[in-house]
Design a protein around this ligand. Sequence first.
Ligand code: NDP
Length: 485
Amino acid sequence: MTEPTFDSLSPLDGRVVGTFPIHDSEDVQKVVERARTAAPEWRTLGFPGRRSILVAWRRYVARHAAELAGVMRAETGKPLGDAQLEILLALDHIGWAAKNAERVLGRRRVPSGILMLNQESSVERVPFGVVGVIGPWNYPVFTPLGSITYALAAGNTVVFKPSEYTPAVGQWLARSFAEVGGDPSVFQLVTGFGATGSALCRAGVGKIAFTGSTATGKVVMAACAESLTPVVIEAGGKDALLVDEDADLDAAAEAAVWGAYSNAGQTCIGIERVYVHERVYDQFMKKTTARVREIRAGTDEKATLGPITMPKQTAIIRDHIADAVSSGGTLVLGGAPERGVVFPPTLLRDVPEFSDAVREETFGPTLVVNRVATMDEAVERANAVRYGLSGSVFSRKHGRDLASRIRGGMIAINSVISFAAVPGLPFGGVGDSGFGRIHGDDGLREFTYPKAITRQRFPLLTLTSMRRSGRVDRLVGRIIRLLFG
Ligand code: NDP
């Protein structure tokens, strides 16, 4: 019987980029079993052994970045420059995870306290064994590697299920790992649709790292609940950028435009809403509008805004634009095209807060700019959605205060998205944006569990004995009063 397959199509011209197997649960089980068998040896390599393979892998990816960028462009439609930028960020993370794993996860001594002063206490961080990574298509290198490299550095083997829209990128990543001498069973790929991802959740892996939409995140979590498999969920967002009256308006407009339209707005931490102090609203709108006019949407090499990768997303983007306008908002630039997957950069103003364009993730090249009377109002509106991923504030005097009041896992002050490029910072959200963290110390710990160990150094008062005497109990009474009374 021939194996069922699917084609990955390019949103640039509809051509077939590659044909991939649709792995069913039996196939996934076999791959996970191989990963499980490979896990002890990978763990035994220790931090230095894994580090040298990961660093060699990073060098390989860097040397072949142009080739990888080509595959990314073919599958997602993103401009080559954007693909290259994504690779740069991912490379930094591979190196950081490899170099910092031992510091973060190595055995750590813990004070035993006065009651247990005869014990030596320590914490070891133990890898889960096999980690299943389920990834999205929008940043098919940066996003999954945020889990994969940290899981590998921590001593796990990985089975990766890329999005059905970007399997060729996933295949390139797994192959490149094997190219540098990494055991091919340490980092493997399974391909297919949602059912393949679902099978991975049920395949007995030690942990699932999911990045994708909130709706799928809930389904993944429910599947993992059956076997109490822990999960980290990196889901969607509806991030806001706040502009105070004392902000550098040129910088704020530049950041809003990049945050909203880079990667055609298909960015989990992209800016979809801007709240601007009314005293500078008109000026900000003028600067933003001028910048949006410079953007060129298309599928050709010169376009700075590419097509929508996932055809079904176009309906959501259209609906949000229509809803914004029909509920009383003003369309300043752009608007939904009749057909096709190339959307012009779309700028909307004064959109009512109840509109879907303000409340739900659009995931397209649209930006809503609303005015506020005070920055308190801006914070309140920014926090009034079910998501809590990231955000940005522009203010000369109140940046830190505003940042601390925004509900979200990551905030940039006087810039946009910069936290994602700092490998030492944790990445993740709250609410409908998910939980758990990738990147940084927390991202390494996420792929291990803590094991507490005590070693008795010398015998002391034996409290844990069925033969404990009345004298010892009386002593315990005295200790309670002495220490805590
Ligand atoms: P989806 O939720 O549609 O898919 C994500 C992954 O889950 C894909 O590999 C998909 O496979 C797989 N999947 C689908 N159904 C199931 C299932 N039942 N069980 C297990 N796996 C399943 O997200 P998109 O790929 O469309 O990505 C866009 C979303 O990702 C946006 O909401 C965006 O905000 C979010 N995102 C979040 C990030 C973050 O770090 N917080 C970063 C990047 C994106 P298939 O594609 O084959 O259906």
